[in-house]
Design a binder for this molecule. Structure first.
Ligand SMILES: Nc1ncnc2c1ncn2[C@@H]1O[C@H](COP(=O)(O)OP(=O)(O)O)[C@@H](O)[C@H]1O
Ligand SMILES: CCCC(=O)OP(=O)(O)O
Length: 371
């Protein structure tokens, strides 16, 4: 007999937060966001050093709500940085984790989330899943050129939320996603600006690695020659340079914090430097939106602003004033990642959709185990 109720543990490692939720089918039993102070995050040299810290945060939530891991039908994590793959739901396996640990496809703590989900799932005998990972790749060929053959532009962005918000936007415009031409801007610890064309993200900045606007904890695109000089200045090791780009760049580098609420307070109290840096971040975001509008040949039906920073009216206004001439602006503060992870897992558990196969690997955790 087919199982009717699936209980899911959803985990989402963001650069500034850990989100934990429990779903029973479509219903949210609880959903919590644990914010991590920049000083705490700064004390880790590497994202993989955060493994125990993040796991403890997750287990603290699970146990304090009276659950054991073995009571779940699956653990679903946002993540990780795998090979370029098609969207969908994947059973996390060793090959995916080896690619994530290698750092070849970038470094983000959502990869650590996948490792935690896999380890907890293995111990408890339940599958670990992930949905629409950041390296989902739908970019058109011309978007992949960098300017030198040695470097190919990679798709690495908030794929899960970008897609979820684009679908929500389609519904709000009484259309389907596959007939929509829109720009989605995710304003989180990292910032991604995606050009969505008829159901596909045909171009998007790499939100992790030196591409697009600077963000709360990332440097974004930099003047390349100056960057090369800095790399060879003897001041920084390769690891330190990479950390400066991703983790210690952007707002935290200029202002010592990634926290929008704190910055709003500072600006209200007259902090001119904070105001200037926020103006500059908004400036870089609007330039990226302008570029995405050209990718869509100016046929932009709406611009959606989402992510934690879309809660911040001051920033939203700074962006809107420069791009509202392009298309109507729709605001979707926060994200729909937890729900999207749960729905992606439910679709495969209910056999409404097949699990995607990770290239060149065999699944070493059987989905059948949880039915
Ligand atoms: N109400 C708010 N006002 C201003 N900034 C906010 C608000 N809520 C969240 N943020 C900011 O949003 C960012 C986190 O966004 P989020 O999408 O949760 O990112 P992540 O998943 O990377 O942790 C942080 O900079 C946080 O301070
Ligand atoms: C790979 C992009 C994912 C990302 O940047 O997420 P956060 O904004 O949550 O750090």
């Amino acid at each position: 007999m087919k199982k009717e109720t699936f209980r899911l543990l959803i985990i989402n490692q963001g650069s500034t937060s850990t989100k934990v939720a429990v779903y029973e089918n479509e219903a949210v039993v609880f959903s919590t966001t644990i914010k991590h102070l920049p000083d705490e995050i700064k004390s880790f040299h590497d994202i993989w050093d955060q493994y125990e810290y993040r796991k403890k945060a997750i287990l603290g939530e699970v146990y304090s709500h009276g659950y054991e891991i073995s009571e779940f039908d699956a653990i679903v994590s946002r993540g990780g940085l795998f090979k370029p793959i098609v969207g969908g739901t994947y059973v996390i396996n060793e090959a995916m984790l080896a690619d994530a640990r290698s750092g070849v496809y970038g470094n983000h703590v959502c990869s650590v989330g996948c490792q935690i989900a896999y380890d907890l799932g293995k111990e408890a005998g339940i599958p670990a899943l992930t949905v629409d990972p950041p390296t989902c790749d739908e970019m058109i060929d011309e978007a992949k050129y960098s300017g030198i053959p040695q470097i190919t532009r990679q798709s690495s962005y908030h794929a899960l939320n970008q897609k979820a918000i684009a679908r929500k936007l389609a519904k709000d415009l009484q259309k389907t996603y596959s007939e929509l031409k829109v720009i989605v801007v995710h304003l989180g610890g990292g910032i991604s600006v995606g050009a969505h064309y008829l159901g596909k993200v045909i171009d998007v900045n790499n939100a992790l690695e030196g591409d697009g606007p600077f963000s709360p904890e990332r440097a974004g695109s930099l003047p390349v020659t100056d960057l090369i000089k800095l790399c060879f200045s003897g001041q920084y090791s390769p690891k330190e340079m990479l950390r400066l780009m991703n983790g210690r760049g952007g707002l935290v580098a200029y202002l010592g914090t990634t926290d929008g609420l704190e910055l709003d307070r500072r600006i209200t109290q007259g902090d001119r430097k904070a105001q200037q840096v926020i103006n500059a971040m908004a400036f870089q975001v609007v330039k990226e939106i302008g570029a995405a509008a050209t990718v869509l040949k100016g046929e932009v039906e709406a611009i959606a602003l989402t992510g934690g920073l879309a809660n911040w009216k001051r920033l939203v206004e700074l962006i809107s004033e420069r791009v509202r001439y392009i298309a109507p602006i729709m605001i979707y503060p926060g994200e729909d990642e937890m729900g999207s992870l749960a729905m992606g897992a439910l679709r495969v558990l209910r056999e409404e959709e097949v699990v995607q196969a990770y290239p060149d690997s065999k699944n070493d955790t059987q989905l059948e185990e949880c039915k």
